[in-house]
Every structure is written in structure tokens, then in C-alpha cells.
Design a protein around this ligand. Structure first.
Ligand code: PLP
Length: 306
């Protein structure tokens, strides 16, 4: 059984144990690039059109060359096929600005009129790995969560677009640090809050709360990544009669609602079973929300606007 699949953007299946990157790749040197994490289930890349739409949007935010979506789609299909149908996998689409040595030559190339060579060739590949052990437990038992200040205002995304808050960039070191910090506090995950005490997102998930027949998530303009899983859930839930709303949430809302969910492409719907040490019991409709996410990611259709 394969446990690693690597496909480059030309569609070639590569040796996943052989080196791929140059040491001066700007994605490595500066985290200057973008990615997507996609669930592979039954040989399909779930909600792939949503992910490709967000990849395109992230590329625009970083002034990267427009991704060739058709080639990405083919590489994704190839990688999913190689992975097979017998178990789920974690697929990553990685796109960096390319090699620093090509970028440093840009000024001379522009003055010499060699414009085609002026933009470095982006590094682009699709990698599939096994689903980590923590995922099954998060889906079935939920996660314990601590709230952590992100130390930023909900106005930052609009006041400082260069912070790239709505793009899925490779600069995830502080998100990983937040998860380690949460683990030291005995928690599985974290919810970031703003300086105004508003709910933002998790280090690798969107926060959605359920209250009566409403699902609520903070809007992207508050400086959170627009989530594929949350969007797929909203599309499906609306069909099932839920009212789905983008609205600022205070941390107090997390305690007064029926349930709080960490939504992400791999763990899907992970219910918050304790928040800052306070136990949160499962509502009667927990399974309905889990099923809506499952159906949502399998049906998520056209590429759409991000
Ligand atoms: N917010 C952040 C910061 C994330 O890293 C992620 C996913 O990795 C999400 C939200 C959830 O997005 P998605 O549902 O597309 O996985």
C-alpha cells in the first residue's frame, strides 16, 4: 500500500522519497508561497473546485502568477488515483514563488528585455500523505479547546492587506506555535480571539457555532481564512432549512450557543467538547451537523468566487 504520493504539475508521478526542492526555494527561505490541504476520500479529492478557487485567490493576494487551474486539476486527479480508494489521505497542493537565484536576476532580465525570463518558475506540486491519528478521535469525540489572543484587531485585514490574513500562505509557524501552546495547557486545539474579544478562527480550522436552527461563523473581513469546509456546510445546511449567517461573534457567544465546531478539510466537523476547561455537552442535533458536512464536501460543486 502506498503511503506517500508526489505528483508535479506536469502530471508526472515522482519518487516521494527523492529530494524535490532547491535549497534557495523562496517557499523555504521566506514561507513565500501558498497551499491547500484537501481530503482524499474514496479516490476523490473532496471539494476540489472550492480549493482550486481559493488557491487562485491566494495567488492573487501574493501577486504570484495565475495558477494554471486545468493543470492543477489533472495533477490532483492523478495523485488521488495513485493514492487509491481504500483509505483517506491528506493531499497538499503547494505553490511557491520559485528560486531566489531566478528572482535576483529579474532586474537585469527586465532591462535586457528578456521579459519571459523575468518571472521565476513557480515551484508546484501535489503531495498525499496518510491522515494523522488525531483526526479520527477529533471527528468522533470532539476536541478540547483553549481561547488564545491573536493580539490583532478585527480591522487589521482591511487596514493592512499586506498581512495576507485571508490567504492560505505557507507562513504557518505561528499557527503551529499556538497549537503547541494549547497542548502545553492540556488542550487539543485553540480558538484565536481579537483584541476586541471577538472570535476569529482556529490555527487550522474555521469556527462555526450552532444556535437553534442557525449556523454562525465570523466573516472573512474580520481577518479569518474563508474555509472550504464551512462553505460546503453552509451550502448543504441551507438546503436542509438552516439559516446560515456570517456575523462577528464575542467569546461569550461560544458559551451561550448550543454547540461550537472546528471545521477543517481533514478533521471535518470536530465539536468543541470543552472550552477553557469548561465541559460542553453534545446537543441532540450533533450528528445532523456532522452529516451535513460530510454531504457538503462530497457535493461542493463549481469553482465559484472566493
Ligand atoms: N482557518 C485556518 C487558519 C486554516 O488553516 C484552515 C485550514 O487549514 C481553515 C481555517 C479551514 O479551512 P478549510 O475548511 O478550507 O480546511
Amino acid at each position: 500500500m502506498v503511503d506517500r504520493v508526489l505528483v508535479s504539475l506536469d502530471g508526472a508521478v515522482r519518487d516521494a522519497d527523492a529530494p524535490l526542492l532547491y535549497a534557495d526555494d523562496i517557499g523555504v527561505l521566506r514561507g513565500d508561497g501558498i497551499f491547500e490541504t484537501v481530503l482524499v476520500r474514496a479516490g476523490n479529492a473532496c471539494a476540489i473546485e472550492f480549493h482550486l478557487g481559493r488557491l487562485r485567490r491566494s495567488a492573487q493576494a501574493l501577486d504570484l502568477p495565475e495558477p494554471e487551474i486545468g493543470r492543477w486539476r489533472e495533477a490532483v486527479e492523478r495523485a488521488a488515483k495513485e493514492w487509491g480508494t481504500d483509505r483517506e489521505g491528506v493531499m497538499r497542493l503547494v505553490l511557491t514563488r520559485g528560486r531566489d537565484s531566478e528572482l535576483s536576476g529579474v532586474a537585469e532580465k527586465v532591462t535586457s528585455g528578456d521579459l519571459a525570463a523575468a518571472v521565476p518558475v513557480p515551484t508546484a506540486y501535489v503531495l498525499v500523505l496518510p491522515v494523522p491519528d488525531r483526526v479520527q478521535k477529533a471527528r468522533t469525540e470532539g476536541v478540547s479547546v483553549v481561547t488564545l489572543s491573536r493580539g490583532i484587531s478585527i480591522d487589521l485585514a482591511q487596514a493592512a492587506p499586506w498581512q495576507l490574513l485571508g490567504a492560505k500562505t505557507l507562513s504557518y509557524a505561528s499557527n503551529m506555535a499556538a497549537l503547541r501552546f494549547a497542548a502545553r495547557m492540556g488542550a487539543d486545539d485553540a480558538i484565536f480571539t481579537s483584541t476586541e474579544n471577538r472570535v476569529l478562527e482556529g490555527p487550522r480550522s474555521s469556527v462555526v457555532i450552532a444556535r437553534d436552527k442557525q449556523l454562525i461563523t465570523p466573516p472573512a473581513k474580520n481577518g479569518v481564512l474563508p474555509g472550504v469546509t464551512q462553505r460546503a456546510l453552509f451550502a448543504e445546511a441551507e438546503k436542509a432549512g438552516w439559516e446560515c449567517v456570517y456575523k462577528s461573534l464575542f467569546t461569550a457567544d461560544l458559551l451561550t450557543c448550543d454547540s461550537v465546531w472546528m471545521m477543517s478539510s481533514i478533521s471535518l466537523a470536530a465539536r468543541v467538547n470543552s472550552l477553557d476547561g469548561l465541559r460542553m455537552s453534545a446537543p441532540d442535533n450533533a450528528q445532523e451537523i456532522i452529516d451535513l458536512v460530510d454531504r457538503g464536501i462530497e457535493r461542493a460543486g463549481a469553482i465559484g468566487d472566493w
